[in-house]
Design a protein around this ligand. Sequence first.
Ligand code: SF4
Length: 343
Amino acid sequence: MQQYQRSKVCRANSWLVVGSSAPFVPISLGARQTCPVTRTEGTSGISEVDHGNAELLTQSVRGWFEVHARDLPWRDPGTSAWGVLISEVMSQQTPVARVAPAWQRWMAQWPTPADLAAASPADVIRAWDRLGYPRRALWLREAAIKICEDFDSAVPSRYEDLLTLPGVGDYTAAAVAAFAFGQRVVVLDTNVRRVIARSVSGVETPESASPTVAERRLAEAMLPIDGAAAAHWSVACMELGALVCTSRSPDCGECVLKSTCAWVAAGRPAAANRARPTQRFTGTDRQVRGKLMAILRAADGPVTARALGSAWPDDTQRMRCLDTLIADGLVEPLPRSRYRLPT
Ligand code: SF4
């Protein structure tokens, strides 16, 4: 977990990346230049990357991260691979401000996979509280059980092994391999994709909802060779996307890449596939499911259908949502129209 941490050591203009023997020197890109990652058409038809210039860009962002990274609890150098996995799953669909205290509670209660594997489904659902998408809590417990059964109670380091864990997809497997084990893998979340799309490809947003092959190749070509440096670049790029190069209002004037950004150079053209308006929450099944879960989490024992009626007035929508919660394994139906969290 040490590899991508912000260094605690700063000597004037030279930062030492923890886990790397080489001094990390942030590079100023200075006054206006062309985009440092020159892309040309290779014989394969796949765009190629000028590795020297890509290094300038990645070092620049890494230098920015050293100064501006948020102090999140899982970025502590002592965080275990288990802690990294928990943080990545929790952060997938929940803002980090809400994740941070929940992560600390979870790590205090279940500091190892074996601890969580011994917990009941009801315990983990209650602890998940209001983080949203509570199926993730059950997946984490199932992942903990698999880690204990198949990996000697230790989070596996291989990307392929990580992918076998319940609820772990490409992004999470790559993030854990990089951030917990310092491996050189492409970590492509929405923030990284957006920063690369704008700063290198000169478009406002990636062209598709999921990363394309060309996007992956470009991201891979930009990765520093050293595993620790690659992980450091990935987390730095994610942070730049989260704090500066945001989806709706990028703060280009304050961005470390402003003098070389391809999208800025092109005049910030709007994407043809501009983001959809944010989905409303009020009245959605998501809201109703959350209200039903809140009642069940707060109860000491089974809850009657009548009591659940207070969650939402629309009987049809409420029962539909209850059925989906049962199908997801988050609610257990009992005789006589009673319900409880799974035991
Ligand atoms: S200059 Fe603007 S668009 Fe380009 S990477 Fe920075 S914030 Fe994003």
